[in-house]
Design a protein around this ligand. Structure first.
Ligand code: FE2
Ligand code: FE2
Length: 246
């Protein structure tokens, strides 16, 4: 996929500028050895309960707003895969996430137990995801979920087609959770499922917006505002979780 030119290019650039910043100072801690199991559990508990478990539900809410047909198809395919895994390994992505935690020897109760509180910043970030997914216009929910939440700091390279990924077995073998924390490679099937389908999800995310957002419109400005809000709340959320990463 090539990056759009003209007015459309300006909108894409404004959104990519936000995605370039979807990086947090504490991420490197998760790529090195030395974290306790309690710290890893805190990190994964927050990821799981803030957006991993309910990502398909959030997508479904955007679909439920009745967007145009091409968007319905893209969202339906995405949520079908996330909730069933039937376009890849046949296992829902949230379940594959928990499978990795099994491999790390982290008790599922310590992740799923609703009586273990989340950091308030996680709840604030999640509240924003709930709000944009459930309220019109659908384009804002689609942008925040499929570009911001599902996308990464690598979004620009993904769009430009310059992201070079090593073979999947090598990615898994050198994944920090395998390399430093002893997760057996066969429990890293989430990484495999994402390699199989995520390129399509990235392409669909941008196509939905480019086809249905007039680049110089109040809607375009509202999307940029919502994406910036998501970035701010996500950073606060990650900083709150970083307090556990010792
Ligand atoms: Fe996924
Ligand atoms: Fe996805």
């Amino acid at each position: 996929m090539t990056i759009a030119r003209g007015d459309r290019g300006v909108l894409v650039e404004r959104l990519l500028f936000i995605m370039d910043q979807k990086n947090h100072w504490a991420w490197p801690k998760l790529t090195k050895p030395g974290l306790s199991r309690a710290a890893l559990a805190a990190h994964f508990r927050h990821e799981y309960r803030t957006y991993v478990r309910d990502f398909p539900v959030l997508l479904a809410r955007v679909l439920g707003q009745g967007p145009p047909d091409d968007v319905r198809i893209a969202l339906a395919e995405n949520l079908y895969e996330e909730q069933t895994g039937k376009q890849s390994l046949g296992v829902p992505h949230p379940a594959l996430f928990l499978e990795m935690l099994d491999g790390l020897g982290i008790d599922r109760t310590s992740i799923e137990d609703p009586s273990i509180p989340l950091e308030p910043e996680a709840l604030t970030y999640r509240a924003m995801l709930d709000r944009v997914s459930a309220s019109a216009p659908w384009q804002i929910g689609a942008a925040v979920l499929t570009v911001f939440v599902e996308g990464s700091v690598n979004e620009r390279a993904e769009l430009e087609g310059t992201r070079k990924l090593p073979p999947i077995d090598e990615v898994i073998r050198t994944h920090p959770m395998v390399l430093h924390y002893g997760c057996p490679p066969e429990r890293m099937r989430l990484t495999r499922a994402h390699r199989a389908v995520e390129g399509g999800h990235r392409r669909d995310a941008w196509n939905m917006l480019l086809a249905h957002v007039p680049p110089q419109s109040d809607l375009a400005s509202s999307i940029v505002d919502a994406m910036n809000e998501a970035l701010t709340l996500w950073r606060a959320y990650r900083s709150a979780v970083a307090r556990h990463l010792v």
